[in-house]
Ligand binder design. Structure first.
Ligand code: HEM
Length: 446
């Protein structure tokens, strides 16, 4: 290493735990303040672990794309093996590459277009129970809907009856993840009430995923969906995936494939309720293009405003609000030396609200996404789906689903925030509304 490299600046922190206490209290606010006060490379310490918070698009590109081979996923993510195991989100190296190649065809544009029918039909169906004047928790509704969609599209499974169970288990699992920011972490093997609750939630999820796999095992047929692809794939020596590998992949896709999109939609409906002018313009676009009929995938190119709304909502409330990587060997980042074992944190929340890249960043303004905006934006000033080889495999699945659901719902109903609501983001692995979002439905008259 060259001799000019100093440690990056950063907040002092406490002797015990470093900066973890301030971070745990308010992760979004803390990271945003760090960037404002210390710049694009900030050194933090979380319980003896050195963290570099990187907030320059070029440096993020360097970690996620150019030098990605020098980085793995973080320890904190891997500590959550109980749920995700060695699935696509957490696995590494050759094993990850093989699994990604195997799953990729299920996310091909043509396949996603075929899923569009399921997405729109399920969205229509969930509206059947909605009534004018009724108050719903839009987050709960969206969790239910996106869960059913991912299970149907990828595994041809009906999980409607288990959706409430899964949502409850997800909440416990995500709270467990954020609780690991505490100064004292209790090992999972000690039966505290918290650990027992977590283990029970994990078992409920195991059961749901186990049933999907078992039901399929009963037939040796190729159903032509992702589950069959995973089950029937053989490696060079003719071996199929073990039950454990299969369970890990299905669980990962099941979890990663619904909660994020549900969050994106929940934030979108909330933002629309706060911005009547945008809401009005969307309703106009939907009436003009669809005229009351359900949307299909071929309508999407004619609904550019709906797309801008989803993009802008994910700018302000990115469902994946931070990604992390750990250096396997020493390297240089932004003029600083990064030792092996150092974690790089890159936050969508921070980047998407940086005034250097997004003018008037706090304003919800879908029109900023007019043609040309993205072309001049540095690649990693907006990265809701990450980037590089570990970029979200479900990005086009999610964008298709979000637009179809938004179009279906917004064509029929306007939503008003129920009185007395305080909507707050809860940053766990994902960014979800802390206590849901209660909205009153107003049916549109055509
Ligand atoms: C709005 C919705 C979504 C958002 C914002 C989102 C975001 C992300 C991000 C940022 C990553 C990269 C994480 C990292 O670099 O550490 C990721 C990875 C992943 N996502 Fe998504 N995602 C969404 C929807 C989906 C859907 C619908 C699926 C599947 C049906 C999915 C499956 C996955 C998987 C399997 C990975 C790991 C890919 C790999 O490492 O090879 N996601 N997602």
């Amino acid at each position: 290493m060259r001799g000019t490299l100093h440690a990056p600046p950063g907040p002092k922190g406490h002797l015990l735990g470093g900066n973890v206490r301030e971070y745990a209290r308010d992760p979004l606010g803390f990271l945003s303040r760090c960037v404002r006060e210390y710049g694009d490379v900030v050194e933090l310490r979380f319980m003896g672990q050195t963290i570099y918070l990187l907030s320059d698009p070029g440096l993020i590109e360097y970690i996620l794309v150019e030098n990605n081979r020098n980085f793995t996923k973080t320890r904190i993510l891997k500590r959550n093996r109980r749920l995700l195991g060695e699935g696509l989100l957490t696995s590494e190296g050759e094993f990850w590459r093989r699994q990604r190649r195997l799953a990729q065809p299920a996310f091909h544009r043509k396949r996603v277009a075929a899923y569009g029918e399921v997405m729109a039909a399920f969205a229509e169906r969930s509206l059947e129970a909605w009534r004018d004047g009724q108050t719903i928790d839009v987050h709960e509704e969206m969790m239910h809907l996106t869960l059913e969609i991912v299970a149907k599209c990828l595994f041809d499974a009906d999980v409607g009856a288990r959706a409430t169970d899964v949502a409850r288990a997800m909440k416990v699992a995500l709270e467990d993840f954020s609780s690991q920011r505490r100064l004292i972490r209790i090992p999972k093997s000690i039966p505290t009430p918290h650990n027992i609750r977590f283990e029970m939630a994990a078992r409920r999820l195991d059961e749901v995923v186990g049933t999907i796999i078992e039901n399929r095992r009963k037939s040796e047929e190729d159903w032509g969906d992702l589950l069959s692809m995973l089950m029937l794939a053989e490696d060079e020596s003719g071996e199929r995936m073990t039950d454990k590998q299969l369970r890990d992949e299905v669980m990962t896709l099941f979890l990663a494939g619904h909660e994020t999109t549900a969050n994106a939609l929940s934030w979108t409906f909330w933002l629309l309720s706060l911005n009547p002018q945008v809401e009005h313009e969307l309703a106009e676009e939907l009436a003009r293009v669809l005229g009351g009929r359900p949307p299909t995938i071929s309508d999407l190119p004619d609904l550019p405003y709906a797309e801008r709304i989803v993009k802008e909502s994910m700018r302000l409330y990115p469902p994946a609000w931070v990604v992390g990587r750990e250096a396997t060997a020493e390297c240089e980042v932004g003029g600083y030396q990064m030792a092996a074992g150092t974690t790089a944190l890159m936050s969508q929340w921070v980047m998407h609200r940086d005034p250097r890249y997004h003018e008037d960043p706090q304003r919800f303004d879908p029109d900023r996404w007019i043609t040309g905006y993205e072309e001049v934006l540095p690649r990693f000033a907006y990265f809701p789906f990450g980037g590089g080889p570990r970029q979200c495999i479900g990005a086009s699945f999610a964008m298709t689903e979000a637009r179809l659901i938004l179009a279906t719902v917004a064509q029929r109903f306007e939503m008003e925030l129920a009185p007395g609501q305080r909507v707050e983001p809860y940053p766990s692995i994902t960014l979800r509304p802390k206590k849901g979002i209660r909205m009153t439905l107003v049916e549109r008259s055509h």
